[in-house]
Design a protein around this ligand. Structure first.
Ligand code: IPM
Ligand code: MG
Length: 358
């Protein structure tokens, strides 16, 4: 039997609640499949750990992750610790330390879920956003001097490397090539930012030659927001910088009905290091502990993790169970306008898995 070693990091806020629901569902997937098992180790890293130890995770935390096949991650962020401390201390430290350079964010309107776009059908909004996840505006290059003085200066330098841009664009082309429409939209802001963004455009044109069967399409990020709203059916696979794709993926999640259902994979596509799978939503302190967090984003994230682990059959079965669940509005938690609890949604998915005879 195949055995996959999973590191589970619930983290902050609703993170532990949705990860615990996700692990329950994944265990059921493994049992239902019968051909693989999940060996889960839990890590209590995050803001509570920080309050006790002064660090978000132990100094050798990233190294400790290397022996796992995948990381299942909840959320990070606490109201009483600055966000840049929690983020750089845990999530970004893992993403950068393990070179998870491709952040992949699928967006679809699941059965039973209503898009705020008036006329869009589920078929018309089916995107994969590929976000550069290791450099760019999140490179951490910059500084702050003369603090508090009138002369204070702060810089955040968006750092783009030929190697970094080439590998993310190539990965995006591969994803686009594997999808029926074979269409990649490259998003930049190369009219105003005339160095890094122009290099993106140049590299995209070079890499395009390796994928003659994929149609390339270029957009400026501001115009892209309008196109996502006004003509969603003209898009398929999208590649953009770390910050641009961060913003576009929130818009995408909202257009698909809710941030509560949106999944993410932080991938090292060459599999030299473990990849990390997390829902997009974040820690959501306003609803922490109330039992009403939407676990669908975490379940869909589990679908991506199973796929990455090579468990295609189980992954497809879980996706079907998720859609069977969302199709019934009685299973919608408050973020989707319903009253379902995390428990109720989880039970519905478990039941759908059991009833799936495919
Ligand atoms: C996301 C989130 C994070 C990001 C936050 C929590 C810093 O918005 O995963 O999109 O911007 O990377
Ligand atoms: Mg974001």
């Amino acid at each position: 039997m195949r055995n996959h070693k999973i590191a589970a990091i619930g983290g902050d806020g609703i993170g532990p609640e949705v990860i615990s629901a996700g692990l329950e569902v994944l265990a059921a997937c493994a049992k239902r499949d019968g051909a693989f098992g999940l060996d889960v180790s839990h890590f209590d890293w995050g803001s509570d750990y920080y309050k006790k130890h002064g660090l978000m995770m132990p100094a050798d935390g990233v190294a400790a992750m290397r022996k796992f096949d995948a990381i299942y991650f909840g959320a990070v962020g606490a109201p009483d610790i600055p966000d840049h401390v929690t983020l750089w201390g845990l999530r970004l430290a893992i993403c950068q330390g393990l070179d998870q350079y491709a952040n992949v964010r699928p967006t679809r309107i699941l059965s039973g879920i209503t898009s705020p776009l008036r006329d869009v059908t589920a078929k018309e909004l089916d995107w994969i956003i590929v976000r550069e996840n290791s450099e760019g505006e999140y490179a951490g290059v910059g500084g702050r001097v003369h603090r508090g003085l009138p002369e204070e200066v702060a810089t955040d330098v968006a750092m783009f490397t030929r190697a970094g841009v080439t590998r993310i664009i190539r990965h995006a082309y591969k994803i686009a090539q594997a999808r029926p429409r074979k269409l990649l939209t490259v998003v930049t802001k190369s009219n105003a930012q005339r160095h890094g963004m122009v290099m993106w455009d140049d590299i995209a044109a070079e890499v395009a030659c390796e994928f003659p069967d994929v149609k390339t399409d270029k957009m400026l990020v501001d115009a892209m927001t309008m196109r996502m709203v006004a003509r969603p059916q003209t898009l398929d696979t999208i590649v953009a910088t770390n910050l641009h794709a961060d913003i576009l993926s929130d818009l995408a999640a909202a257009l698909a009905g809710s941030l509560g259902i949106a999944p993410t994979a932080n991938l090292n596509p060459e599999r030299k290091t473990p990849s990390m799978f997390e829902p997009i939503h974040g820690s959501a302190f306003d609803i922490t502990g109330k039992g009403i967090a939407n676990p669908i984003g975490t379940f869909w994230t589990g679908v991506m993790m199973l796929e990455h682990l090579g468990e295609a059959k189980a992954s497809q079965r879980l996706m079907r169970a998720i859609e069977r669940t969302t199709a019934d509005k009685a299973n919608h938690p408050p973020d989707l306008g319903g009253t379902a609890t995390t428990r109720k949604v989880t039970d519905a998915v478990l039941q759908a898995l059991e009833g799936d005879n495919a």
